[in-house]
Design a protein around this ligand. Structure first.
Ligand code: HEC
Length: 136
């Protein structure tokens, strides 16, 4: 019994160490190139950003983890992404962000959103909105 408890305890930190850096891709290597090339079918417009803002603060529940300012709330385990980080914003393509919304980020608290609580169009809108958090 003690052995099982110790193993569970050891598995925790190992699971969290899955991603060495916030900049390393979340998409598995064999899919990365294909996913990176996927573009939003929607042009960026003030109306879509506004729709994305509603999703972020509303039914997407993004604000509960990513915070009003987009820099993330403190929580145990993997920290939510800081959307103000310009280097992170420049590292990820929209296709990668959509992958995370559809899949969640395995081994972290980031839940699946598109296909569960959001439609694909709502997902593209909220991606337009989180791009606005980028610090200059
Ligand atoms: C329960 C908490 C929680 C909720 C709700 C949540 N997130 Fe996250 N999110 C996280 C965590 C934790 C991470 C960090 C995951 C990682 O490092 O891989 C993250 C990471 C991300 C990333 C970065 C992934 C990457 O490739 O670097 C994006 C984009 C994102 N979330 C968007 C959203 C959006 C949009 C919503 C709402 C529709 C949302 N999240 C809701 C916790 C949450």
């Amino acid at each position: 019994m003690l052995g099982v408890v110790v193993m569970i305890f050891l598995a925790g930190p190992a699971a969290q160490a899955f991603h060495p850096s916030v900049y390393s891709p979340r998409v598995p290597p064999e899919q990365l190139e294909r996913i990176q090339e996927i573009e939003s079918p929607f042009e960026t417009t003030p109306e879509r950003i506004e729709e994305g803002r509603k999703v972020y603060f509303g039914k997407g529940l993004c604000v509960t983890c990513h915070s009003k300012k987009g820099n993330g709330v403190r929580m145990p385990g993997h920290a939510p992404r800081d959307f103000t980080d310009a280097k992170w914003q420049d590292t990820r393509t929209d296709g990668e962000l959509m992958w995370v919304l559809k899949t969640g980020s395995p081994g972290t608290g980031m839940p699946q959103r598109v296909g569960k609580v959001l439609t694909e169009e709502e997902g593209w809108n909220v991606i337009q909105f989180i791009r606005t958090f980028r610090a200059q």
